[in-house]
Design a protein around this ligand. Structure first.
Ligand SMILES: C[S@@+](CC[C@H](N)C(=O)[O-])C[C@H]1O[C@@H](n2cnc3c(N)ncnc32)[C@H](O)[C@@H]1O
Length: 235
């Protein structure tokens, strides 16, 4: 029986990935495919635009935590260009191979910089960014680190934080299993996809963390397909 009552503590294969960029690319393509088909990108992009509209500035500095090979950042750069918004985008990830791919694919995006860093031990300054965003990365962190991290994310952002992550529930798990059978090519993406759902969140988890982060107003919304969008607007 699969247990959905508590967050799984099992570590995803990708968090210990030691392969080459050539073996990594098809796995990331699988993850991107899920994001594309299930509307994951739009959730983050719309929320970032919503935060941008709350404060008029000449330029916005935006940090993407767990940027992998930078698809979200490139989509954000294109969206900002379309809306004539100046942005400086920074992606951090602890996976060097993902960042190598990110840099390779971002030749036409001078507004994006990539840094290899573990966000658990970064040295960014308070208010160094306007917006901090993170998509499908929050569930990688364990419960004992999450509240501290959230407070840190809010302190790094002068406007707010956008978190887009998965909802832990049985229907999401079994639908993903069926989707993966037909559409996901790599075994690692299949296994990590299911584990991601088991490591993810119920609304009560997010509300519990939110109650401990008092320097922000919290808006938590369930979104299709089995995502939570959590906007932390700095007080
Ligand atoms: C599932 S991927 C999400 C990638 C991308 N944001 C997306 O939406 O497809 C999670 C990413 O978070 C990164 N990551 C996990 N823990 C991290 C940490 N402590 N610091 C920085 N990056 C981390 C992983 O290397 C991986 O690239």
């Amino acid at each position: 029986m699969v247990d959905f009552s508590e967050r799984s503590k099992e570590i995803e294969i990708m968090d210990q990935f030691m392969g080459t960029t050539e073996t990594l690319e098809p796995i990331l393509n699988d993850i991107n495919g899920v994001n594309k088909v299930l509307g994951g990108y739009a959730i983050t992009l719309n929320a970032v635009l919503e935060l941008i509209r709350t404060l008029k500035k000449e330029s916005y500095t935006i940090l993407d935590i767990g940027c992998a090979e930078g698809t979200m950042l490139r989509k954000l750069a294109l969206t900002a260009r379309k809306h004539h918004i100046n942005v400086k985008l920074v992606g951090v990830d602890l996976n060097a191979q993902s960042l190598e791919l990110a840099r390779r694919k971002s030749g036409n995006f001078p507004e994006i910089t990539y840094l290899e860093q573990d966000i658990l031990s970064n040295e960014f300054e308070p208010d160094q960014f306007d917006i901090v965003m993170t998509t499908l990365t929050f569930h990688h962190f364990n419960d004992d680190a999450i509240v501290g991290l959230l407070k840190r994310f809010v302190s790094l952002a002068s406007i707010g934080v956008v978190i887009n992550d998965l909802n832990r529930n049985a229907l999401a798990y079994y639908l993903f299993k069926a989707y993966a059978f037909f559409f996901i090519k790599t075994d690692i993406a299949k296994k990590d996809g299911l584990l991601s759902i088991l490591r993810a969140f119920k609304k009560k988890d997010l509300k519990n963390y939110a109650a401990q982060v008092t320097n922000a107003h919290h808006h938590i919304k369930w979104k299709w397909a089995f995502r939570y969008l959590w906007i932390l607007k700095k007080k």
